[in-house]
Design a binder for this molecule. Sequence first.
Ligand code: NI
Ligand code: MN
Length: 228
Amino acid sequence: MSSRLRWLGHSCFYLESSGSRILIDPFLTGNPVAPCKASELSADFILVSHGHGDHVGDAIDIAQRCNATVICNYEISAWMEAKGVKAHGMQHGGAFQFPFGKVKLTLAFHGSMLPDGSNGGNPCGFLLCLNEGFTFYDAADTGLFGDMALIGEEGIDLAALPIGDNYTMGPDDAIRAVKLLKPKKVMPIHYNTFALINQDAKGWAARVKKETGVEALVLNPGDWLDLK
Ligand code: NI
Ligand code: MN
């Protein structure tokens, strides 16, 4: 078995692992940098980090079409179920073994109001320990927090960190995050989707290498990455 990942711009990922198809924060419709349409994607599981529209995105449509299970916090799972979507509710610090690997919800400092104004609980990041033996940490939307050092203790092969600033960490704090997490590799997300979060990702990657020694991968929306 092998696992691979495709970055779909902003905070959206498509992963294949142990025969499962996994989408994270599937924001395609209305995303100016999305490399494909939501209708072109299929999933068995959809992870949603928080209630904001640029993360819930097309989750309901894709989940209904594919009969996928949405993995998210308890509040968003109840909201999904009320719309007829299968959901698996969790909370921070809790982990569960899914067919493709173990998912743990991690802290994130951010908001989580759902698009219709409903209470979306607390935002989260995801620690995915894939069955193939690869650990992926998606910080999702968050500011810097010191407990990233605890998350890093789990041994991260690849970390996805927001660098867009304004709504999340910016480039400087994302470098401090790399120092706390100590991942083998890191990639920037949540930038260049809109003018408000424009950043120089290549320049950031060069700084990461120089200041932390960690390899930073800059993907283009639509690019694939073999994980294991
Ligand atoms: Ni957000
Ligand atoms: Mn966001």
